[in-house]
Write a protein that binds this ligand. Sequence first.
Ligand SMILES: *Cc1c(COP(=O)(O)O)cnc(C)c1O
Length: 384
Amino acid sequence: MTIRRQVYLDHAATTPVHPEVVQEMLKVLDVHFGNPSSLHAYGRAANHYLGVAREKVARLLGANSQEIIFASGGTEADNLAIMGTARAMQGKGRHIITSAIEHHAVLDTCQLLVKKGFEVTFLSVDKDGMVDPDDVKKAIRRDTILITIMHANNEIGTIEPIPEIGRIAREYEISFHTDAVETAGYLPLNVDQLGVDLLSISAHKIYGPKGAGALYLRQGTQLEPLFHGGGQEKMCRPGTENIPGIVGLGKAAEISAREHAGESNRYRKLSEKLINGIQERIPGAKLNGHPVQRLPHNVNVSFRGVKGECLLVGLDQKGIAVSTASACSSGDTKVSHVLEAIGLSPETGAGTIRMTIGRSTTEDDIDYVLDVLVGLVERLRKQD
Ligand SMILES: *Cc1c(COP(=O)(O)O)cnc(C)c1O
């Protein structure tokens, strides 16, 4: 009998829930069910756990706990940051600056604002996926109310020059938001060093549960809520708090503050091993994203002459989970906006897969993935 090996390499899509997080969540699910707004003992207990989680998230970000707004995830945090700023600041101006490679939570919100009469500059990036801070500066106008640029890209792993852009935003006194969903747990996050006024994170990308996230909102930054109905989260996000989710996020934040440095070093070695192995053993393979300024766990590669979906299916049959950025519909492959923005041809884009390493990944896993990948690419190329 052969034991089938399982290698999960899709940590940028979601992560498993850390056992310590499960324990914390079970405790509040089971015992502390009170509404944190209630004044009796049940409510006070729930409110205590809410406060502890807020402190842990604040500590991860180098922020003050009053500056943390809990939300339902990265998507909501991004929507609240952008839409909430647009609504609060539209009297001053209606121009927003973003990049062409943002997550859809940012991109689609900006596109909706264009339909509503705002003007948005979508900055292009270089071939490595890098935004040029000079381009941000040049795009600033008298009516610019928000700059929103992601900390690191979820597809290709490129880390953007957020502190430089933060200095520009500060100089011109423009609110600055960053989507840090993919960097939390991998890079040190300090809102003052980054120079941001708003920052989004999501629990399920850092070994917490799905459906929980947070927006950092610097004291004094103007924001209008998207929901109405109660006073929770400083009126910015009313509704009875998702205590189990928030407690899970808090624990996940605590673990990542404690472990991200060591883990990131380990991920970097593993991803280097994977990249080097691919480049040595598979001709016509191209690493996408910045060669150095990249997330330690992200390996995004284009293989000439093969289809990413075929690779995904072939790897899945061997127990290896990866992702493709291109969606194949009726033989007509559409490359993702990110791969398009870094100038990949439709053919190269179609042969692209993303592998993202995580807590469970071992050196043996990388050896196994390399062996499978080498054989699979060879086989698929012969079929053509
Ligand atoms: C996953 C992701 C999001 C969305 O977060 P959810 O919690 O799934 O809504 C936003 N931005 C980036 C960069 C992401 O990777």
